[in-house]
Design a protein around this ligand. Sequence first.
Ligand SMILES: [Zn+2]
Length: 368
Amino acid sequence: MNYFIKNPNPALQFKRVPTKRTKTTGIIIHHYHHSTATPQVVNRWHRDDNGWLGIGYNLIVDMDGTIWEGRGIEAVGAHAANHNNNNIGIACQGRYDDNDKKMPDAQFNALVWLIKHLHVIYGNLPIIAHREVGVTSCPGKYFPFEELKRLNERGGTDDVTRMISPDVMDSHDDLQQFKDIKYFDTLISNAAAPGMLDIKIDNGISDVETALTVLFDAGIVNTPDYWRDVMKMIVGVDAVLIKMANRVRNIFERIIHAEARGEPFEGQIAVGNVIMNRHKSSGFPNGIHNVVFQTKLAVQFTPTVDGGYRAAMNISRSVRLAVDDVLCGMDNSKGALYFCTRESAARGNWHERSLTFLFELGNHRFYK
Ligand SMILES: [Zn+2]
């Protein structure tokens, strides 16, 4: 049995993008109080009946052992009052207070795997029953909570690494099969994004530790340790990570070159910071590539559509050093999420009318 976190299909529709948690201190366990409901059904209950933005649970484990993404691993959930900001909520399909008196092995083992997976990402978080933090019987008196806390699979080997089986994944191409593993999904979709493959990288990252640092700083990899573990299991993942890190670098180099090559060094850094700030903000897409190429509502970075980005080939030393500094965490931006030129601001543009002005640097004005 290979476990992984699947995206529900059809995808769950939320009223808006869920907010990201800023800290994670525990895992709260629930049941659906329903034996057959699907994630889509629970999403409708929570969104349409309760008026929430969508399903309240971060993750779901069906009775057949399928693991689904609900609101998402990183999101603030809506599953345990006063505890949503810092806990991951896992809901198990089933009605463990009366109807379902024994949890199937498939569901139990998937749940054990999922908790161990979260422990790899977040460290050894305590496992909490909803009833321990709220006035409820959830997850039900027949739920095997004490057994769960021991984290021993039933009738199988205690093997957390089965998610990605080395015998089926020994080349880059095989990674494609694992699109619905959340982390690979991000990696692969970024790696395959248009415009990222056609460029020569002349200031390349060649070692995996630097690559992990860059990917971590860019928010693409949340857990370098997780990837070190994956690398031990799967041939070629280090090369994919290095490629990805170089692509992240290159996106930064090209967009900063296109937007700010004539600007002072500090201003070039600040433009990179705006991209990074957007990536970390819940109001913008996740991922450097998605931020730079965002076109929903409006084109966000003009060079991506007027040819400036594509033409950015001979990246100056200043821009390269600015990218180094952005990726190392240097931040000149005071939290800025927008910038424009002085000329357009002088015309009373949207930035000037609608945003909070922060500071001027070179020919750019920065706002949030
Ligand atoms: Zn509950």
